[in-house]
Design a protein around this ligand. Structure first.
Ligand SMILES: Cc1cc2nc3c(=O)[nH]c(=O)nc-3n(C[C@H](O)[C@H](O)[C@H](O)COP(=O)(O)OP(=O)(O)OC[C@H]3O[C@@H](n4cnc5c(N)ncnc54)[C@H](O)[C@@H]3O)c2cc1C
Length: 407
């Protein structure tokens, strides 16, 4: 069986190596390097650049000081990008996947690259998204590669991307202003979380301008009746699906797929951001399902309990919804947090019909806390209560919330 995968981001990579279990797989990638948005512009460079910011933050809390330059942070990013892009190459090569560099298009059941047509018994489309292109602004994709000195940044958008990069850049000693047209940052997340993060951002000196739209001109942001100058204007929302050349595949804004990642056309599957989800871990897991199904399996992608993390310090993490009856544990009550002077924030777990339906954490190690909760969401309350947290640990916040909950 011959399978063609388009895109080498997390979705395409995992679709290709999953299909390669039994099929001969070709992967088409239009960029010179492999890894997609996640490795080249997104998850990896942003987390590598975050590392010096976290060190600076942790030391400042202890009254010490360490300065990292923006260039040093970029160096961390470039090293991580190189290693992981080569890692993607190695993964594909070791599974016998042939990589073709070029731009793929789809017409009448065939993938074409330049003048060549690739014969395939099945296709996985994992073309992802591209950055927003707005005059006078840069996108988060540009940050690891930016070659310009700057002291001040106007961040347009106080959503997930805006909050993450604002914190990182602030910790590298820059002046940061967030402009958000809603009345709060993180407008679509839990209200306790919004309130606490807003308070925290004000405390660390990130300036918030809320409740009005902006007009942007060169180095200037007009907001309500005021004009702000900034060395950089960072636009943080509105990524676009990469559907050019794939218009024949049924889509609205995103490619439509069922729970098996099937597009409804021939033996064609799609996975990752192009199907309307926006994290690398969703892309990876959807990629695995698409890659296995295109070779004849019947796997289903289950979106229950997908955790989301914003990598600032303290971290922000959430899963499911926080509509039910909730129990909130402040980190100031958690022994390990007290021992480590990490008492900022809270964990809130919500229940409906004797099950956990969601949670938010704004705390040290929120990524671990929320991952545990996402697993417990698959159990009954009685089963979840059998979980024993190590002492002293941040996971005791989860144990305590389960103990306190009264149905
Ligand atoms: C700044 C930033 C930070 C992020 N941080 C995180 C994070 O911390 N955690 C997280 O989970 N997610 C994060 N994300 C999101 C994550 O990067 C995406 O969810 C993930 O990359 C989606 O994977 P994908 O495989 O669907 O698409 P992509 O990674 O976008 O890969 C698509 C690939 O397809 C190629 N392609 C497109 N069209 C064609 C064509 N016609 N022919 C050939 N090749 C083509 C592209 O060149 C690209 O390499 C972040 C994103 C950004 C922008």
């Amino acid at each position: 069986m011959n399978i063609t995968v388009v895109g080498s981001g997390p979705a395409g990579l995992y679709a290709a190596i999953s299909a390669a279990r039994t099929a001969k797989v070709k992967l088409v990638e239009k960029q010179d390097r492999l890894g997609g948005t996640c490795v080249l512009y997104g998850c990896i460079p942003s987390k590598a650049m975050l590392h010096p910011s976290i060190l600076a933050y942790e030391l400042s809390r202890l009254g010490r000081k360490i300065d990292f330059s923006f260039d040093e942070a970029q160096k961390f990013a470039k090293e991580a990008i190189d290693r992981l892009s080569k890692g993607a190459e190695y993964m594909l090569e070791s599974q016998g996947v042939e990589v073709i560099h070029g731009t793929a298009t789809y017409r009448s059941g065939k993938i074409n690259v330049g003048n060549e047509s690739i014969e395939s018994d099945g296709i996985v489309i994992a073309t992802g998204t591209e950055k927003p292109k707005v005059n006078f602004t840069i996108a988060s994709d540009d940050i690891p590669y930016l070659n310009k000195d700057f002291n001040s940044v106007a961040v347009i958008g106080g959503g997930v991307g805006g909050v993450e990069y604002s914190w990182l850049i602030k910790m590298l000693g820059k002046d940061v202003h967030i402009f958000e047209k809603q009345n709060e940052i993180l407008p679509y997340l839990d209200s306790d979380l919004r309130r606490e993060v807003t308070k925290y951002f004000k405390k660390i000196g990130i300036k918030l301008h809320l409740g009005h739209d902006v007009t942007i001109s060169e180095n200037k942001v007009r907001f309500a009746d005021e004009e702000f100058s900034a060395d950089l204007i960072l636009f943080t929302f509105g990524r676009k699906p990469l559907l050019d050349g794939f218009e024949e595949i049924p889509h609205e804004k995103w490619i439509r797929v069922d729970e098996r990642m099937y597009t409804g056309v021939g033996n064609i599957y799609a996975a990752g951001d192009i199907t309307g989800s926006f994290t690398a871990h969703e892309a990876i897991n959807k990629g695995v399902v698409a890659g296995l199904n295109v070779i004849g399996n019947k796997k289903v992608y289950s979106p229950i309990g997908v955790p989301k993390v914003l990598y600032i310090e303290p971290q922000i993490a959430y899963v499911g919804n926080t509509n039910g009856k909730c129990v909130k544990i402040n980190m100031a009550e958690v022994a390990r947090a007290i021992a480590e002077k990490e008492t900022e924030g809270f964990v809130k777990i919500c229940f409906e019909n004797n099950k956990i339906v969601g949670a938010v954490a704004f705390s040290e190690r929120a990524e671990e806390i929320i991952s545990l909760i996402s697993v417990l969401m698959r159990s009954t309350l009685e089963e979840a209560r059998e979980f024993i947290a190590p002492h002293p640990s941040y996971l005791e916040a989860v144990w305590e919330a389960l103990r306190r909950f009264e149905p």
